[in-house]
Ligand binder design. Sequence first.
Ligand code: ATP
Length: 309
Amino acid sequence: MTRPAAVLVEDLRIAYGTTWALDGVDLDAAPGTTLGVLGHNGAGKTTLIRALTTLVRPSTGRVLIDGLDIVTHGPAIRQRIGVTGQYAGLDEFLTARENLELIGRLAGLRRGARARADALIDRLDLHDLAARRVGELSGGSRRRVDLAASLVGSPSVLFLDEPTTGLDPIARTALWDVVADLTTTGTTVVLTTQYLEEADRLADHIVVLNHGRVAARGTPAELKRIVGGKRVTATIPTHHLANLPFRPDADPDVHGAHARVTVTVDDAATATEIVAQLDDIGISVTDLDVTSPSLDDVFTHLAHTGAHR
Ligand code: ATP
């Protein structure tokens, strides 16, 4: 028998008073995959995570975690999920190891709690932090302990709510490596993030929420195809702006004698032609980038053009 979807959401609507925080959301995540949930402030991400973690009931629709309905199986679901947030409930005065052991005992592990704490310290490479009080840790270190805490109960589905907000790039990359590793052992990860690069790096599938609805969905590559094409960015002498053989995407970025212009074209072959044309006309290019669209471009595109389901 095949395992059911780790997360299944059908026509989920949740109202706060007269506001539909979620207004007909469908989504699913296969076991052992990472689902990224993106959206502007107020799009409904937090409400979705609250529903998936049994903290709020659907007004209509249904939510299944590992095939169990959140309305009828709340306690069973809470035993098989892990949740991290920006403000986790770690005890500031206990060490990282003591926190992990305490959480294990509270989860009913009894004498196994110590071994579980040790295993997580190994797995997340927390050896340097284990004996330090959590209140003394930097934000990045604390996030790693928080992540370890959410893994104590060996969750089948792990919810990461903006796991790297406020971290410096090095701490962020270190946490990404840990998260990327989780799905290799079969854990399903649901991730909300403000960082599109984070979703690009970690998520197998992404849903973009907008005003409580799914505005776009797909793999990172599929979403980038919504924008399509290649982006050519060239730095040229400002006095040549009038001679360009194409119409730039936006007003050129002029810095004295030099200007940066960007144009989006259909494919790599057209990008090469554009560059050759500049050369033919005698426009000297001092800097040149040819890039594929990023998820940031997808977001900007969706903001201008509306929903793609
Ligand atoms: P952010 O990125 O700012 O956290 P979000 O995508 O998580 O936003 P939600 O917090 O889920 O969005 O909010 C979705 C909508 O529901 C918003 O219009 C918000 O004002 C509204 N909302 C959320 N919680 C409540 C509440 N407890 N009472 C009333 N309205 C709420």
